[in-house]
Design a protein around this ligand. Structure first.
Ligand SMILES: NC(=O)c1ccc[n+]([C@@H]2O[C@H](COP(=O)([O-])OP(=O)(O)OC[C@H]3O[C@@H](n4cnc5c(N)ncnc54)[C@H](O)[C@@H]3O)[C@@H](O)[C@H]2O)c1
Ligand SMILES: O=C(O)C1=N[C@H](C(=O)O)CCC1
Length: 244
């Protein structure tokens, strides 16, 4: 496939390596200094675009791909407040988009485990639940997209939680969740690719499920596999459609 890389930072560069290894060609690379080269005309050279850019630029990138009728895989996080709007536009303009807060196989297994555990914990009200995420200090958004997906998996399946709220540790803004609110604690520590933990704690013990990314390779390979999966498909998809 001919691939346009929208965002050529930590993730874009690893995605390029996996894409070339799997026999694909990179026909366009867009980053902050050449963003005006993201045009309908230049996108015409691509079969698919893969976006790992920034929360501020991703919507413009998506709509430019829609304008050029180029399918897009979106790994960028921090824009999910606009998800419904983008979905409507994708479907109304007969375009194709696949998004995922995390493209690694391990995290997608973790998402399932988290939902199952949340359902089970309905019978055990003595346990309070909390989500923790740790990422590198360059990360622009908090909580991580993955932590949001995990929190939604809990809120949708554990009756005693109705919404999540976020505390970024070290910012002097402490959150005091009500009984029906799920706390996501965000930590920023140098060089951590991504660690997510769900903790159920009672007076007498604790249950913890944890995913630790050893590198960014799982995210990057997953994004290329998602672009391959999207070939010849039309519509709005999420990473869970691949794992179903
Ligand atoms: N879904 C996943 O599996 C997954 C995994 C890792 C990271 N991410 C997300 O991917 C995004 C990128 O992560 P990263 O670690 O590569 O960040 P990064 O800061 O290393 O790279 C961002 C890139 O975006 C470019 N950019 C800035 N403005 C742009 C614009 N207007 N148009 C196009 N590109 C622009 C920058 O020049 C840079 O090349 C983040 O939102 C992150 O949360 C998702
Ligand atoms: O490095 C990042 O930034 C990551 N972002 C995703 C998220 O927000 O969940 C996935 C993990 C790495």
């Amino acid at each position: 496939m001919k691939i346009a890389l929208l965002g050529y930072g930590k993730m874009g560069q690893i995605i390029e390596k996996f894409a070339l290894e799997r026999g694909h060609e990179i026909v366009l690379k867009i980053f902050i200094d050449n963003q005006d080269e993201l045009t309908r005309q230049n996108l015409k050279a691509a079969d698919v675009a893969i976006d790992f850019s920034t929360p501020d630029s991703v919507l413009n990138n998506i709509y430019t791909c829609f304008d050029a009728n180029v399918p897009i895989v979106v790994g960028t996080t921090g824009w999910y407040g606009k998800l419904q709007e983008v979905k409507n536009e994708c479907n109304n303009s007969n375009n194709t988009l696949l998004y995922g807060s995390n493209f690694s196989i391990g995290v997608n297994l973790f998402f399932k485990l988290n939902q199952t555990l949340a359902k089970l914990m309905n019978s055990y009200p003595a346990y309070e639940v909390q989500v923790e995420e740790i990422h590198h200090t360059q990360k622009l958004d908090a909580p991580s997209g993955t932590a949001i997906t995990i929190a939604e998996g809990i809120v949708d399946n554990l009756d005693r939680k109705t919404e999540w709220l976020n505390e970024v540790v070290g910012t002097n803004v402490e959150m005091f969740p009500k009984a029906d609110q799920l706390l996501i604690e965000s930590h920023r520590i140098e060089n951590i690719p991504g660690t997510h933990t769900v903790i159920y704690s009672s007076e007498v013990d604790e249950i913890e499920i944890k995913h630790t990314a050893h590198s960014r390779a799982g995210f990057a390979l997953g994004a290329v596999v998602a672009a391959e999966w999207l070939e010849n498909k039309k519509g709005f998809f999420s990473i869970t459609d691949i794992f179903e």
